[in-house]
Design a protein around this ligand. Sequence first.
Ligand SMILES: C[C@@H](N)C(=O)N[C@H](C)C(=O)O
Ligand SMILES: [Zn+2]
Length: 214
Amino acid sequence: ARAMEYVDYDWELSADEKVMRDAGFIEVHQANGLIWVKLMYGTTDNIAGYDLYGDLKRAYLHPSAALALGRAQRLLYAQDSTLALCVKDAARPLRVQQALWDALPDPSLRGYLANPKTGSLHNYGIAVDVTLVNARTGEELDMGCPVDTLDAISQPRYEQKFLKEGKLTQQQLDNRLLLRSVMTQAGFQTIPNEWWHFQTMNRAQAKQASTLIP
Ligand SMILES: C[C@@H](N)C(=O)N[C@H](C)C(=O)O
Ligand SMILES: [Zn+2]
């Protein structure tokens, strides 16, 4: 056997990525290479206002969510090949969940974030925050508000009301509905508070099936 076959590529992975890989998580581009990834907590443009990820640059998910995301991208491509999914967050270490919780300006906003005491499905690699982009340029479609807008305008349960009040346009709602359609057909569940958040199982199932990333 040639020496190259024994090269260990661990040095390419950050400490978080090694933990995620050892937990059996899959990097989303292995599920589908057309998916865009722009991890919002790896920039300063997020609800905490600082970079929470450092050298964690790639998006990982538990296989149930990674494979479903690959299916969603294929469904989207079949429907409109000019669009692509864009992952804004995927597996998220628990310490980042705590940092987000601590950075929330107002306790009344905690409906938009899972309590780190119980853990988020993101901490198990079971949840993904995702939007639609132009497949060529990566420009995000108008969903009526950006991902992680901590306001009622983000909540799918109020969309019809906001449409009637003129606070959401039909095009913005159609964009959300297209995203929701491909994600749910692919096997994801929605939540009532956030148009961008999707998950493949509940917390009890996640505790059985997956690993909490510390
Ligand atoms: C903060 C937002 N991106 C998010 O992920 N919220 C859900 C509810 C979570 O923390 O699991
Ligand atoms: Zn989420």
